[in-house]
Design a protein around this ligand. Structure first.
Ligand SMILES: Cc1cc2nc3c(=O)[nH]c(=O)nc-3n(C[C@H](O)[C@H](O)[C@H](O)COP(=O)(O)OP(=O)(O)OC[C@H]3O[C@@H](n4cnc5c(N)ncnc54)[C@H](O)[C@@H]3O)c2cc1C
Length: 387
């Protein structure tokens, strides 16, 4: 165990990650991926070679066994340098690896999990729609059974990484809308299926895999593509809010933590190099206080994130802790990054420095994966606050 309380295998893996990032993800490349909105598949492939996409896959399916703390640490490290690599890693390890392990059929596990571990197979989340955000159970995209096929019609929005993924992991309605939480199913839809059109959205951050509007016009997939197989028809809601949801919340916290760490490191170093009034600005009390604040807030975020991960790894109830971590870490990371930008003055606002990228990327963290308001609702409800 190190001074931060991390287990030996996490310390070693973190060291490997730092060397990997220095070698394979230098700042110039991270800036290029962000600017050109491209996903570096070669870097993803190297993560696969290191066995890192197998961290959520059981050994019997070719992985190294589920280790959520390690997965979260890898996400933090990757996102401290590049969301283009970090988001794709999440699409493989979490969106595909965790969901398929938890809620797919045995046949789907045997077919897909080895590919997550050995190829870095990715899925993209197709949940949001033009009129559906937080209220996911209101999705309108329909899937109607015709023999052994489902015929899908409707529209998805903000489908991140759809073009680089093997499947869209889509929440669709497979029965009457009146029964809101029933008649929903999760379906694996290949993004190159006939009848699919994708339109890129121009987001301010999270560049790399891209984010897309997707229309489905009589798209046909086999019923066997329903997550969980035929028995999964109508079970979409319980599969969506199942055990994977707790991990999903701290995945986003880990992304925010990584971005915050990049910002704190850069501001810390910059304040020692930038000289004004004949001395480094880190000697000015107000700047020292800002730096002390961001270090302190970062440590609180780190502890909350890894505490929640440890609860999950220990199979303890973690719904409230993961909601608290998602809420606190994402909101606090945004504060941290904005303070770091302030420390860097004008240089925190120009493209040549990474700070503006951290700002663009961190702003979406309190919105994604259940907004801060939704987490507050969850926490009050989970802690049984009377209504
Ligand atoms: C860059 C980016 C990438 C994304 N990637 C994906 C993706 O890959 N797949 C996907 O499916 N979606 C994705 N999303 C969508 C994202 O998950 C949604 O933005 C999110 O679910 C919130 O939905 P909304 O923005 O429509 O907000 P709305 O649901 O319309 O909410 C608007 C505001 O009202 C508040 N609010 C809503 N309901 C409540 C309530 N009950 N109590 C309190 N406050 C409430 C919200 O907190 C928010 O402040 C992405 C979004 C972005 C910006």
């Amino acid at each position: 165990m190190n001074a931060a309380g991390e287990a030996d295998h996490i310390v070693m893996l973190r060291d490997t990650m730092r060397r990997f990032i220095d070698k394979e993800m230098p700042r110039e490349l991270a800036q290029k991926w962000d600017k050109e909105n491209v996903f570096p598949r070669d870097v993803h492939d190297k993560l696969v070679e290191l066995g890192l996409t197998g961290l959520t896959v059981a050994e019997e399916y070719g992985g190294s066994g589920r280790d959520i703390t390690a997965t979260i640490m890898v996400i933090e490290e990757l996102c401290s340098r590049s969301m283009a690599v970090g988001c794709a890693y999440i699409q493989s390890t979490c969106y595909a690896g965790l969901n398929i392990s938890e809620v797919a059929s045995e046949e789907q596990r045997r077919t897909l999990l080895p590919r997550v571990a050995s190829e870095g197979l990715m899925v993209a989340y197709g949940f949001s729609e033009p009129d559906v955000g937080a209220d996911l159970a209101s999705v309108r995209t329909t899937a109607v059974r015709e023999g052994d096929e489902l015929v899908i019609n409707g529209n998805k929005r903000f489908c991140s990484g759809a073009k680089i993924s093997e499947y869209i992991y889509a929440l669709v309605r497979t029965g009457p809308v009146e029964e809101k939480y029933r008649n929903l199913s999760l379906v694996l839809i290949p993004p190159d299926s006939e009848g699919i059109e994708m339109t890129a959205q121009d987001t301010m951050g999270l560049k790399g895999g891209g984010t897309f509007d997707i229309s489905f016009d009589d798209v046909r997939v086999p019923v066997s593509n329903v997550v969980g197989g035929e028995e999964g028809l109508g079970q979409g809601w319980s599969k969506l809010v199942g055990p994977g949801l707790d991990i999903e919340k701290i995945e986003v916290a880990a992304m925010a933590l990584g971005i915050a760490r990049g910002a704190v490191n850069d501001a810390w170093n910059y304040a020692q190099e930038r000289v004004q009034f004949g001395k480094p600005i880190c000697t000015i009390q107000s700047v020292r206080h800002m730096l002390a604040d961001v270090k302190t807030k970062f440590e609180a975020c780190r502890l909350m994130t890894y505490n929640a991960a440890a609860l999950i790894d220990a199979n303890q109830p973690a719904a409230a802790d993961t909601s608290m971590a998602k809420l606190f870490v994402c909101d606090t990371a945004r504060d941290i990054v904005l303070t770091c930008q302030q420390i860097m003055g004008a240089y925190g606002y120009v493209r040549d420095f990474d700070m503006q990228r951290y700002v663009r990327d961190v702003l979406v963290m309190p919105i994604l994966g259940g907004s801060s308001a939704i987490q507050r609702n969850n926490i009050a409800n989970l802690l049984k606050l009377p209504r």
